[in-house]
Design a binder for this molecule. Sequence first.
Ligand SMILES: O=C(O)CC1=CCC(=O)O1
Length: 91
Amino acid sequence: MLFMVEMTVNIPHDMPAEVAADIKAREKQYSQDLQRAGKWPHIWRVVGQYRNVSIFDVQDNEELHNLLSGLPLFPYMDIQVTALCRHPSAI
Ligand SMILES: O=C(O)CC1=CCC(=O)O1
């Protein structure tokens, strides 16, 4: 199942820089592991915002929920999920 996931990151301004850097490094590793596994085939930065648009390819809603809730930045994100299916005009 394909999902479009929009993640907006809101790191608290009073978070120490080294704590934020550690979370971001773990987020990058987590994301790249899922990209290599084919679960997260697209991640795009939304220009001018601390926000991404991603495509996830997972078995079901539960797998997506588990992957998203495991993101190191999850406590600092607003996440919107949109289920996708193939467009009839797609070639
Ligand atoms: O920077 C972001 O958009 C948040 C994020 C998700 C995966 C990653 O590496 O960073």
